[in-house]
Design a protein around this ligand. Structure first.
Ligand code: PLP
Length: 429
């Protein structure tokens, strides 16, 4: 197909930068997911739906900053706010009206968010969430989904990739993950079994309502409802990792989209309006255990937030973004879903034309294509699909409000060309 040759011809500066990057970063990257063959692009600038690489090539971006940029790159409402803010301070190291207002926006929109705490990344938020859940419940076990990705936090860095057993990393002690159990997603029987066998020690069932890195696979509605009932029956907590789905599937995230309310949730990405953030939220009785006025060490849950938590640029960017989304919620989410539906259907159609079995999963503006006979229902099925055909391995795509119907038809034309090339290379003319 010559794809790699074209890529290398057009991206000489990226290749040179990658060589330099290899001398300063392990593997040339600061986030493992940013590496792909033969070498990743290096970005010079980004605006709206476009990114430009160091060689000046322009791309329509469907990665959207790890799905964080629902309004596209550098939207005017965010840039204006930020420009004003940085003149008034980039880090107060104290609370501000901005941080209260952003927390109020989260509280107002996200069904379970009776109380909120900010930190700086999703990984931190999921780490703190577990601490809160274990302390509140006085139990040890956390049930996660096979293929569930919750950031680089130590305890949950297990069962992310096939064979979905054991740690993902050297340097993590078995003891640190001793009370984390993983079960297949969308499998009611497995959830019933784990709670029946271990219900008395289960503090928390923690899941992404749309399995993200595990294959962009939406939960079946009945599955989420049943897990909610089962956790209630076994007196365990249910938490959603909404770091991708929060403010993306709907203003109230997956909780609104599915009509299922967890006890706790982690948020991030979109809430920061393009700047770093992590959010823990949930029912007051649990989150209020982080109140530093609690003197009893057996009750108090020490969760920080960190030096940069509530930093005013993030708070301003997040506030501009969430306010925009709330004011335009009807228009934004209907449109994103329509574009997502068109894209998913069109991509599968383009592959079908060439006799290639493909299933594009996702919900609303999220999508990922799998090459398999059946549409995957969990990470194991997803990771069994023909990974050799992935354009960007294991990456889900995200549509922003900057994309339009023309972009989707361009995407489908590109897919048709790719599909024809795949047929030629793998099946023959
Ligand atoms: C579902 C989910 N949880 C947690 C994280 C970790 O967030 P962060 O990269 O901000 O640490 C991610 C990151 O992609 C994610 O997709």
């Amino acid at each position: 197909m010559g794809g790699d040759r074209d890529y290398e011809r057009k991206t000489c500066r990226s290749r040179a930068l990658y060589r330099r990057a290899l001398k300063v970063f392990a593997g040339g990257v600061s986030h493992n997911t940013r590496y792909y063959e033969p070498y990743p692009l290096f970005v010079k600038r980004a605006k709206g739906k476009f990114i430009w690489d160091e060689d000046g090539n322009r791309y329509t971006d469907y990665w959207m900053g790890h799905t964080a940029l629902i309004l596209g790159h550098s939207p005017k409402i965010v840039v204006d706010r930020l420009e004003g803010q940085v003149r008034h301070g980039t880090l107060y190291g104290m609370g501000s009206s901005l941080s209260v207002q952003l927390a109020e926006e989260v509280q107002r929109s996200v069904p379970c968010a009776e109380m909120v705490r900010f930190c700086n990344s999703g990984a931190e938020a999921t780490m703190y969430l577990i601490r809160l859940a274990r302390a509140y419940m006085g139990r040890r076990t956390v049930v996660k989904m096979a293929g569930g990705w919750h950031g680089y936090n130590t305890q949950l860095n297990t069962a992310v990739h096939t064979p979905f057993a054991g740690s993902e990393s050297a340097g993590i002690l078995a003891e640190e993950q001793a009370y984390v159990v993983s079960i297949p997603f969308n499998d009611v029987g497995a959830a019933e079994r784990v709670l029946r066998e271990n219900g008395e020690d289960t503090a928390l069932v923690f899941l992404e309502p749309v399995l993200g890195a595990g294959g962009c696979i939406p939960a079946e509605k009945e599955y989420l409802k049943t897990v909610r009932e089962l956790t209630a029956k076994h007196d365990a907590l249910l938490a959603f990792d909404e770091i991708i789905t929060g403010f993306r599937l709907a203003l109230g995230g997956a909780q609104e989209y599915y009509g299922v309310k967890p006890d706790l949730a982690s948020l991030g990405k979109i809430v920061g309006g393009g700047l770093p953030i992590g959010v823990i939220c949930g029912i007051e009785e649990i989150v209020s255990r982080a109140d530093p006025r609690i003197r009893d060490r057996a009750k108090f849950v020490s969760i920080g937030g960190g030096t940069f938590s509530e930093n005013p640029p993030t708070m301003s960017a997040g506030l501009a973004t969430l306010r925009y989304l709330r004011r335009n919620r009807g228009k934004v989410y209907t449109r994103l879903k329509r574009l997502g539906d068109e894209l998913r259907k069109g991509v599968d159609g383009a592959f079908e034309e060439e006799g290639i079995e493909a299933h594009t999963t996702g919900a609303s503006s999220l999508f990922m294509t799998h090459f398999a006979k059946e549409s995957p229902r969990n990470a194991e099925e997803s990771q069994r699909s023909n990974i050799a055909l992935f354009v960007l391995p294991g990456h889900l795509g995200a549509i922003s409000t900057e994309h339009d119907a023309e972009d989707i038809s361009g995407f489908l034309k590109g897919t048709a060309l790719f599909a024809a090339g795949v047929k030629h290379d793998h099946i023959g003319p």
